[in-house]
Design a protein. Structure first.
Length: 223
């Protein structure tokens, strides 16, 4: 039995992992799917925009409160920056980090700047979601269900620089899974190209960007 903590991406919440959660739980694993501050079922917490460290604490505090150990900590899309920052706080509780179509900024880098210069935008900005269209990966019923749940995402965490590694967090093994049909312009593409340049291993899943909902069984098997 493995303990999984699955962290969602931008505009989403814990609900985006619902299908993977069921697959992993059916196989006998313990699964936690928190919503980050300001997102999902915590989207009412918008009085102050969360920082990257807020999101790191969301994850690290869950592991501490539930006394979770040997955790496989998984981040989809923007969730990658949350798990990477959280690892600095709770590395002793982690077995592995898994980035699913997610950016993995280097220490000092900002996720928002991975693709180029960032416009001068206010830190308290919340970005509105765009409706997701049905396609070969997501059927009409699924996108209708998703679009009813999308929420604005805060800009501030992506403006914050990734904290420096600790010796413990640097030692946590990492895996990278990328979706084959993610559109150009996603920050995860920078991480993918860096891995290719370094000759580092990664895995591919035949899916659009929302693999947790479009290919849940396949993704659960990879995890």
């Amino acid at each position: 039995m493995t303990v999984f903590v699955l962290v969602h991406g931008a505009f989403r919440g814990a609900w985006s992992w619902s299908r993977v959660r069921r697959s992993l739980a059916a196989a006998g694993h313990e699964v936690h799917t928190p919503s980050l501050t300001g997102m999902g079922d915590r989207r009412h917490l918008t009085a102050e925009p969360p920082t990257l460290d807020t999101w790191a604490l969301d994850v690290a505090n869950l592991l501490e409160e539930e006394d979770l150990r040997d955790v496989v900590l998984v981040g989809h899309s923007q969730g990658g920056i949350a798990i990477a920052a959280a690892a600095r706080r709770c590395a002793d509780r982690l077995a592995r980090l898994v980035f699913v179509d997610a950016p993995a900024p280097l220490p000092g880098e900002r996720a928002a700047a991975l693709l180029g210069p960032v416009p001068d935008l206010p830190r308290d900005l919340w970005l509105p979601p765009k409706p997701i269209p049905a396609d070969q990966w997501l059927d009409a019923d699924t996108v209708a269900w998703m679009n009813a749940r999308l929420c604005p995402t805060p800009l501030a965490p992506s403006l914050d620089p990734m904290p420096e590694e600790t010796p413990a967090s640097a030692a946590v093994p990492r895996r990278y899974i990328f979706c084959t049909a993610t559109p150009p312009g996603y920050p995860a593409s920078v991480t993918l190209e860096r891995l290719r340049a370094l000759g580092e291993p990664f895995q591919l899943i035949d899916s659009g960007h929302d693999a947790p909902l479009s290919r849940p069984a396949e993704l659960a098997a990879l995890l």
